[in-house]
Ligand binder design. Structure first.
Ligand code: ATP
Ligand code: MG
Length: 438
């Protein structure tokens, strides 16, 4: 065989995947990393795809559904799908994908160009113990070009194990999905502030039980926005499973989530690819999710604070909280700069024996305080929350329009204000059909 054929056509780039392979298959140089995730599926798929690519017989086809980014099914010569490859170069706005339509209108500031593949890899990492069922995903480098309808594709990209499926959530009613399955996915979306959870991004698989189907969450290029935004109404917000009390196993998972662990993991694996704004978002959403579930709110009730139930133009409570915190952070920065008091700051910190928090910390703490206060108010009206939990009324027709008034005062004052209970109830009972136009 010519020497060139011996070269890898597809290289695993993710350190954690390479380490898994080194430990379990002794087929990679060790690449020590402080955490362990299961990459058995990805490494097998990558080896298989590599072999077909080297033979020059791998096939790359695009899914039927037109998408704004380059997504390819890599198949063997018999057209058996091995994996989904999403090259960085073919993400929206990148050189390999000169498309006109802008995805996620209005989210331009929230997502930086060329980071979707890394977000896909981050999604798998953040889905601890495969809680939500995100398919195994790693960053790979495709060394041999793959012929595609857009020319040839090579370079870095997200490589995800192909999941057999019988369609997506848009093809079914929600009644065939288990409460736990739906709640685990909702938990994931809330935690990473997923901005792209339409039904097409939930694949459906058959199970042993003919009456139950399983949801597989895919397409995580638009998670962890650089600043907190109001994502479009996700598919599951319209489903009854999220209005029920949080399943005990889901609750204990949420309680176990630890932002500092997530941060260390993302920094180690994806270093400069996941930006500080995204990490700040994760910190704020983790705080909201944990606190809301702690006081007995359902995932639907939590979702009402995160998604816009109106026309899609109105900001969520969470976005308003974050805006207020960003503004406070800016004021703090300006004050520090204008006083030119950095030296004094250093002295005062050492005198107190502790460091001043960074503006990043300050923003997160500020937002967390506002969230806590907001939840306190809702908890003060706790009877409405617990009644909703014990007697969910999914058939109730909407009688109120979503509130026009913000739950957070635009003046930047405390989020506590009169009339909250009425507004909150209106939100809680507002129709699932108030899906924003995306
Ligand atoms: N891991 C997977 N297993 C099986 N099919 C998949 C997988 N990932 C994606 N697909 C299929 O490919 C389609 C496009 O993938 P995906 O949604 O991830 O990319 P996209 O380019 O962002 O698409 P869109 O813009 O339409 O949401 C999906 O709708 C799904 O049918
Ligand atoms: Mg999609």
């Amino acid at each position: 065989m010519p020497e060139q054929k011996e070269r890898k056509a597809l290289k695993l780039v993710s350190r954690s995947a390479r380490q898994w392979k080194a430990v379990h298959m002794k087929d990679e140089k060790p690449c020590p990393i402080s955490f362990e995730r299961d990459y058995s599926g990805v490494t097998t798929a990558a080896d298989y795809a590599d072999a077909w690519l080297r033979l020059g017989k791998a096939v790359a086809v695009m899914p039927d559904r037109e998408s704004v980014c380059g997504t390819y099914f890599i198949s063997d010569s018999g057209c058996n799908r091995i994996a989904v490859f999403k090259p960085v170069d073919e993400e929206w706005g990148q050189s390999g994908r000169p498309l006109s339509s802008e995805p996620f209108k209005g989210y331009a500031e929230a997502f930086l160009l060329g980071e979707c593949a890394y977000k896909e890899a981050a999604a798998y990492l953040l889905d601890h113990n495969n809680n939500a069922g995100v398919p195994q995903t790693a960053i790979v480098k495709c060394v041999y070009p793959i012929p595609t309808c857009f020319g040839v594709s090579s370079g870095m990209g997200a490589f995800q194990v192909y999941q057999d499926n019988v369609g997506d959530a848009d093809d079914y009613g929600p009644g065939i999905f288990s409460k736990e399955n739906v709640q685990r996915i909702a938990t994931f979306d809330l935690r990473v502030l997923n901005c792209d959870r339409h039904g097409g991004n939930l694949l459906v698989q058959e199970t042993m039980d003919a009456k139950v189907r399983k949801l597989i969450p895919i397409d995580h290029g638009y998670i962890l926005p650089d600043r907190v935004v109001t994502p479009p109404w996700p598919a599951w917000m319209q489903w009854p499973q999220v209005r029920e009390p949080v399943h005990p196993s889901v609750k204990s998972y949420i309680q176990s989530v630890d932002f500092s662990h997530d941060l260390a993991m993302l920094e180690e694996e994806l270093a400069d690819k996941i930006h500080s704004g995204s990490l700040r978002t994760l910190r704020i959403t983790t705080h909201l999710l944990k606190s809301a579930v702690d006081i007995g709110m359902s995932l639907y009730e939590t979702g009402l604070l995160v998604y816009s139930s109106g026309t899609g133009k109105s900001k969520s409570v969470l976005e308003k909280v974050a805006d207020e915190a960003y503004a406070a952070g800016l004021v703090r920065e300006q004050r520090i700069e204008s006083q030119l008091d950095l030296t004094a700051l250093e002295h005062s910190s050492s005198a107190e024996g502790k460091l001043q928090p960074t503006t990043e910390d300050f923003i997160v703490r500020y937002a967390s305080k506002l969230i806590d206060r907001h939840l306190e108010v809702l908890q003060g009206f706790g009877s409405c929350i617990s009644r909703a939990r014990s007697h969910p009324n999914f058939l109730r027709r909407p009688s109120d329009k979503p509130p026009k008034k913000s739950l957070i005062s635009s003046s930047g004052s405390s989020p506590v204000a009169s009339g909250r209970l009425r507004e909150y109830r209106a939100l809680r009972l507002s129709s699932p059909s108030h899906r924003p136009e995306n």
